[in-house]
Design a protein around this ligand. Structure first.
Ligand code: IMP
Ligand code: MG
Length: 177
């Protein structure tokens, strides 16, 4: 796997430090609100597992699976592959996402969940690529702002591979071109 990585963009240590800060901020902001964290599979799974251990409030967790991305280019179409297992009416929802890129996925998801009348919807993302934004959406909590490069690792994939890299790396262009 390592030979397919051009460079490490964010190291394991940097990730842990920043995720702990975001966990502390959520802890401050959601005390006594009993939020429900909604992880967007599959990309969220490592970030969410780490983040939740830094969140010291009573809360619940649920997961959705959404697909919108084929290879390295967003298709623009979003489909719900797995829906929530619990109602969210009246709950404070925190969506946990791996990366906010064009914003098409989260924009769709936010509207999809809004219909169920949650008390609030907050977005927590590991990475934000604001240069590529198409939809009018922003992250309330973002661990890292990243340049317009295709990144993998720490949950993020290229064609379902590289999710298990412990850091975030830039994929060599020859791998996807
Ligand atoms: P958006 O709808 O364009 O914001 O795309 C969001 C989804 O595309 C993310 O949840 C990721 O699954 C995927 N994605 C966007 N950029 C990257 C990347 O650099 N590496 C891996 N996946 C990415
Ligand atoms: Mg994703």
């Amino acid at each position: 796997m390592e030979k397919d990585i051009e460079r490490i963009l964010i190291s394991e240590e940097e990730i842990q430090k920043r995720v702990s800060e975001i966990g502390a901020a959520i802890t401050r902001d959601f005390r006594d609100k009993d939020p429900v964290f909604i992880g967007v599979l599959k990309g969220c799974f490592i970030f969410m597992a780490d983040l939740m251990r830094y969140v010291d409030v009573k809360c619940s967790m649920d997961f959705m699976a959404v697909s919108s991305y084929k290879g390295t280019t967003s298709t623009g179409a979003v489909s719900i592959d797995k829906d929530l297992s619990q109602p969210i009416e009246g709950r404070h929802v925190i969506i946990v996402e791996d990366i906010l890129d064009s914003g098409v996925t989260l924009n769709y998801l936010k509207q999809y969940l809004q219909v169920r009348k949650p008390a609030s919807i907050t977005i927590a993302t590991l990475m934000d690529k604001p240069s590529r934004r198409k939809a009018d959406i922003y992250a309330d909590y973002s661990c890292f702002e990243v340049p317009d490069a295709f990144v993998v690792g720490y949950g993020l994939d290229y064609n379902q591979r590289y999710r298990n890299l412990p850091y975030i790396g830039v994929l060599k262009e020859e791998i996807y071109s």
